[in-house]
Design a protein around this ligand. Structure first.
Ligand code: ZN
Length: 412
């Protein structure tokens, strides 16, 4: 078998719809993309539905598929967030997304985000990390700004429990007691453990030095943990083990890094990979080409197009796409001729909608001995005529794995 390598570049939220502000072009059609168009001309293109026609997916689900998993392998947002901030997550762990919050003496949530706390969350988290409640160990780590992740590790736990987060926008609602969502003793135990922990955390946090200082400065204290979205980490074989490959992911966004770690990919990130328009595409391209020496599959991610789609900014989205094109040009220059360069997106984020939609996204594969089609421009309209046709995310990724020589023959 001839083994080959792939660099897969992902433009987050790339897909869009013709926009009147752009003369009824999509941002990808409107943008100047000489590198993507050249690759389309010498490669094979197509249109991809991540799961199936019309189904919108989140960045987490989209990347789960692009890393090579089936949609039903989705472990929930909590485990992905935890992996994304570098926590050790094991099968059976119950993982929650959290906010640092402010409650008053009656348990009323004064602010769901503790005055959008940014500093000192590591010290606050340290004070409650590693506490053991009823034989269950609680791991707690801060994420960005007011966000955090909580893991319950122990025997006989369940993810069938409710949230403590009332989610109401600071309207005088109290925090909620965790309730079991089914009749199992596992759900009851999990609710008991988490309720005990949250009260214990409150008693520690209300007198914490970081909070005393915040109060003296007129800021809201982070004296409570609101939990939501319980998820159970499942036993998932890393994709790298399944294919017997080495993989590397270059990204700034923790969600993408989390999925990459789950899939067994080494992760590379840097503070200059901001996830925004000022992100360091030169560094991303350099790392993508350098890491090819040690790896068989490289995923390199750019967040900016998605953010501009959410902000309903078609001109800015076109600019973000031009940045992506520039990054692709740098990568193409840096890779050997026998390496495949593939382009995809995790979903569409049309500017007129400002949210993810189920519109298919354009894809392309360029590289050695490719059955090139007649498409010469990379966009949502032209790629619909491409040689890959209309395929699912699983089909697209399997096609890449096939080019890599990593798909097992069926039959004899
Ligand atoms: Zn998005």
């Amino acid at each position: 078998m001839l083994y080959r390598k792939v660099v897969l570049a992902i433009a987050d939220g790339l897909g869009d719809r013709p926009n009147p502000i752009l003369g009824h072009k999509t941002p990808l059609e409107y943008a100047s993309t000489p590198n993507l168009d050249r690759l389309a001309a010498k490669g094979i293109t197509g249109m991809m539905d991540l799961i199936a026609s019309g189904i919108p997916v989140g960045t987490d689900m989209g990347h789960l598929i692009l890393f090579g998993y089936e949609p039903q392998n989705y472990p929930g947002r909590g485990p992905i967030e935890a992996l994304g901030i570098g926590m050790d997550v094991r099968p059976g762990d119950i993982v929650f997304r959290c906010n640092f919050a402010t409650v008053d003496e009656h348990g009323v949530v004064v602010d769901r985000r503790a005055g959008r706390i940014r500093e000192g969350t590591d010290k606050i988290a340290d004070a409650i990390n590693g506490i053991i409640v009823h034989g269950v160990t609680v791991y707690f780590q801060p994420a960005t700004e007011h966000r955090a992740v909580l893991i319950l590790r122990g025997d006989g736990l369940s993810d069938q429990v409710s949230d403590s987060d009332p989610k109401a926008p600071n309207d005088g609602s109290p925090f909620l007691r965790i309730e079991p969502l089914d009749l199992t003793k596992e759900a009851q135990k999990t609710a008991l453990v988490l309720n005990s922990f949250l009260l214990k955390a409150h008693s520690i946090l209300k007198d914490h030095s970081v909070n005393a200082e915040r109060i003296s400065q007129g800021k809201l204290p982070a004296n409570f943990i609101l939990t939501r979205g319980a998820g159970k980490m499942t036993e998932l074989e890393p994709i790298t083990d399944k294919l017997n490959i080495k993989g590397c992911c270059i990204a700034g966004e923790s969600t993408v890094l989390g999925v990459a770690r789950m899939a067994g990919f080494q992760t590379v990130t840097h503070s200059s990979m901001t996830g925004n328009m000022d992100t360091n595409i030169q560094l991303k391209a350099k790392l993508a080409t350098e890491s090819l020496a040690e790896n068989d599959m490289i995923l390199v991610h750019l967040k900016a197009p998605d953010l501009q789609g959410h902000d309903n900014e078609p001109f800015q989205k076109a600019k973000a796409i031009e940045m992506f094109d520039e990054m692709i040009g740098l990568i193409e220059k840096g890779i050997p001729e026998d390496v495949y360069l593939a382009i995809a997106a995790d979903h569409s984020t049309p500017c007129e909608i400002g949210e993810h939609t189920g519109d298919p996204v354009p894809v392309l594969i360029s590289g050695p001995s490719i059955r090139k089609d007649r498409v010469t421009e990379f966009n949502e309209m032209d790629c619909a005529y491409g040689g890959l046709g209309h395929l699912t995310g699983n089909d697209f990724v399997r096609t890449l794995h096939g080019f890599m020589g990593r798909v097992k023959k069926q039959g004899n």
